[in-house]
Design a binder for this molecule. Structure first.
Ligand SMILES: [Zn+2]
Length: 235
């Protein structure tokens, strides 16, 4: 259990800190899986499918080379942020996060043949945020972040929805993207000379997972707007 997963009871607003119960999130995930199942049936019958339900969970993966000096970035096909990391809804199809992260990595960057145990949970980066999505009830997501080692020959663009490319990136390039994001945030718009940036949420995830040592990311940790929620893991 991380410091974030405190045992505060109830869905109360204690000062500036809101708490969300993990049990409620898992209930919502079960509802989202039911909707996903119904949608498949509706689509099979040729009927209009109902809107997807958010499972309030997300997975993401930091894929590095064995030396740990390069990682995989994906190029987003929507939004302001050019780059992010492989990620997706967490428990909307599967019952376990490990199954989902393995599938997301396969679907977004074409890395296959990994076992679930190859994905190392980054408990420091496990947290919930008020980061809305466009599905029903998509107000927050409980994130589970994993890391995976892969060879630089692995990974290719496979044409997944939401992703329009991928690349192996050096830590120096990653640091430059963090600087670009800082410049954009300070300017409140695309900053001159800094055309590319990385999702702020990923700067937060990577810092918490220990992947941005020596890089000042206070602007992301302190000023980023989506509020972090306390997670109550008691039953
Ligand atoms: Zn969602």
């Amino acid at each position: 259990m991380t410091a974030l997963e405190s045992a505060t009871l109830g869905q109360v607003d204690a000062g500036s800190e809101k708490t969300v119960r993990l049990a409620d999130i898992l209930k919502q995930a079960a509802k989202a899986r039911e909707v996903m199942h119904r949608r498949e049936e509706q689509i099979a019958r040729g009927e209009p499918a109902e809107k997807k339900e958010c499972c309030n969970t997300s997975v993401g993966c930091i894929i590095t080379n064995p030396a740990g000096d390069k990682l995989i970035l994906v190029e987003n096909s929507y939004g302001d942020y050019k780059y992010g990391l492989p990620a997706g809804h967490g428990l909307d199809k599967n019952l376990r996060f490990e199954e989902t992260v393995r599938e997301e990595v396969e679907e977004e960057v074409g890395i296959t043949g990994k076992k679930e145990e190859d994905f190392a949970p980054q408990s420091g980066a496990t947290a919930a945020y008020e980061d809305p999505c466009n599905r029903n009830n998509g107000k927050l997501h409980y994130w589970k972040v994993y890391s995976l080692k892969a060879d630089e020959g692995e990974g290719s663009y496979v044409g997944d929805e939401g992703v329009k490319g991928m690349k192996w990136t050096s830590m120096d390039e990653l640091k430059q993207l963090v600087e670009n994001t800082r410049a954009w945030d300070a300017a409140g718009r695309p900053a001159d000379g800094f055309p590319e940036k990385i999702e702020t949420l990923w700067i937060v995830h990577m810092k918490k997972a220990g992947f941005l040592e020596g890089v000042d990311v206070d602007f992301a940790l302190n000023e980023w707007k989506p509020k972090e929620l306390k997670v109550d893991t008691s039953a």
